[in-house]
Design a binder for this molecule. Sequence first.
Ligand code: FES
Length: 280
Amino acid sequence: MDALAPLSFAIGIVVLLVGLIVNPLVIAPLGGAITLVAAAAWARGSGRAPSAEPVQPDATGEERFTRSRLLERATLGLGGLVALGVAVPVAGFAVLPSFLGQRRRPVDLGPIAAFPEGEYVVATFRADPQAGEISQRSAYVRNNGLVGDLPSFTIMSSRCTHVGCPTQPNGPLFPHQRRAERTSGGEVALVPAQPAGFGCPCHGSQFDNEGNRTAGPAPRALDRYEFSIRNGHLSLGRLYSVSTVDGTGAQAEIRSFALKGDGEPATGPESWLYPIDPPS
Ligand code: FES
């Protein structure tokens, strides 16, 4: 039994590291628990009195490793290699972008006067001008007017939260009123719209005018952008995820979360188990 403790310890470390990537709420604590239990068993085993039988020297006069000792060291070495194999890529993905300048930059959408109060505008822009067309994105932007002295905007990503298809406004678009704003990040196209919600053509998800999911397989509301006003221009910041929105416009109560992945629920038991999908 004592020989299994190092193996369990190594498995616990691997489960912990994998859990930190795929599910920090369920799998990572499970890995932590396995690691702790195995470590306790291991410490208890190694704290016992050593065997009364002395280790016999072999014919060459050198002491031999016992089989359990060899197994223990091999397990530790193997566990360490697996842990490194998991940890190094994770650390690389977390740290490298800041060295390579890959952090998301604010996107200038043009002067706030280009967004009439109370109306939706579909803004199409390049999230990363250096990456070119591949970084083209669309956002639904509504000017909610002033709250005190501060402008309020609702800015939602058009990307469906199911598997990422571009949603469309349910209602007329006015392409003949299209405006092209020349900004520091390139041209931004602004097309007025009068949506009665937004729909996804891929699998039929529907969202209301605040981005709440009303039908279909999407697991949460439309993601939103943080924003700021810089020199009279509307500037997009980071994306974040939303489970639900109560109320509308500047008075809305938004339940927000760090950005989730495609198909990832923001709340509830399914979000704890993600990405483990229940059998269908
Ligand atoms: S991608 Fe939108 S419903 Fe599937």
